[in-house]
Design a protein around this ligand. Structure first.
Ligand SMILES: [Zn+2]
Length: 79
């Protein structure tokens, strides 16, 4: 697949320093858990460097996966 001129960017706000940044899809990670509570996306804030983790709704999941964000499946084993 050939990349378009400008890569997809997403706005992300940092709860720590309150900066809003536009990050390329590759800056995000998506973790799919078995429940909504365990499904989240994460990125590193370019302003303060903190690792941000936020719950991901269906629309966010669609947008991120559609943009090629690496997806990590979380398998929660029964204990
Ligand atoms: Zn920040």
């Amino acid at each position: 697949m050939s990349a378009l001129a400008s890569p997809t960017r997403f706005r992300a706000s940092c709860p720590d320093c309150r900066a809003t940044a536009e990050l390329e899809a590759r800056a995000f990670r998506l973790a799919l858990g078995r429940t909504k509570e365990r499904t989240f996306y994460s990125f590193t804030c370019p302003a303060c460097g903190v690792a941000v983790r936020k719950p991901a709704g269906e629309r966010i999941i669609d947008a991120l996966t559609g943009a090629g964000v690496p997806t990590m499946r979380l398998h929660v084993g029964a204990r």
